[in-house]
Write a protein of this length. Structure first.
Length: 260
């Protein structure tokens, strides 16, 4: 018989996996705070475990979105060009300063909170951000979009390696700014596909530093696989508008709780 704790972990994975498949948002943004605040997991262990969990679930999401022809592999390659070296550099830095120290744990918690606040704003005000940027900056040229995508990958690599947050809502918002002609479902699919190598490398790095709880990982994965399959299949048919304010509100409250 499954233990109550395992069932709670699996249910958390189911809910978060569904949201990731549906919107591209919710992996680190929701799972890491759940592990820290609800289950009392140490911040560095929560980040490391969530990164490998995200890699596994987003592999499934990528397969589904790819089968639906909802992945732009050129965008994925550009993001990875920036994020992979940035992730490696960030992991090296964490190893050098000592990822298990109280000061590092506090810093990760703070970065996580700030990332959640930024994510909530990007989810809630995505339309306004896109309209304002379009009016003031205009549509980037293909060459500008390529360079800015690589730079965005660098920022996401650092942010995700430290907090496991950023690859979802922030990544999707940036891609919509850079590629306004690409359909939203294709942007979401590309963002999920890019998150696979990013979170896998970051997760393996945290594992090498001893920051992964494998029992917790298994419980989360048990629920998340069916969740992300269902969410990915529904992504092209369910309006995101209804979910956005709720998701943004939750992220804002949790981010504020971690920062203040």
């Amino acid at each position: 018989m499954l233990s109550e704790t395992l069932l709670l972990h699996a249910f958390s994975g189911l809910v978060v996996g569904f949201l990731v498949g549906l919107t591209g948002v919710g992996g680190g943004s929701l799972m890491t705070p759940i592990l820290v605040l609800l289950f009392g997991i140490h911040p560095t262990t929560a980040v490391g475990t969530d990164l490998l969990y995200a890699a596994a679930t987003k592999m499934v999401g990528t397969a589904v979105h790819s089968a639906e022809r909802a992945v732009d592999w050129i965008i994925v390659r550009r993001l990875a060009t920036g994020s992979i070296p940035a992730t490696a550099a960030t992991l090296t830095f964490l190893h050098y300063v000592g990822q298990g120290s109280p000061s590092v744990a506090h810093a990760i918690t703070y970065v996580l909170g700030i990332a959640l606040l930024l994510t909530s704003l990007s989810v809630l005000f995505r339309g306004w951000i896109l309209r304002t940027a379009s009016k003031r900056i205009g549509v980037p040229t293909p060459d500008q979009a390529a360079v800015l995508t690589i730079i965005s990958g660098v920022v996401l690599g650092v942010l995700v390696s430290l907090s496991s947050v950023g690859a979802g809502a922030i990544g999707v918002t940036v891609l919509l700014l850079l590629y306004p002609a690409v359909p939203l479902v294709r942007i979401v699919g590309s963002d999920i596909a890019h998150a696979v190598p990013l979170t896998l490398l970051a997760g393996l790095g945290h594992w090498a530093m001893g920051d992964v709880n494998w029992g917790l990982f298994g419980g989360l994965l048990l629920g998340s696989i069916p969740g992300i399959i269902v969410g990915s299949l529904l992504a092209a048919h369910v309006p995101e508008r209804g979910l956005r304010p709720i998701l943004a509100g939750v992220l804002f409250v949790v981010g504020g709780r971690l920062v203040f």
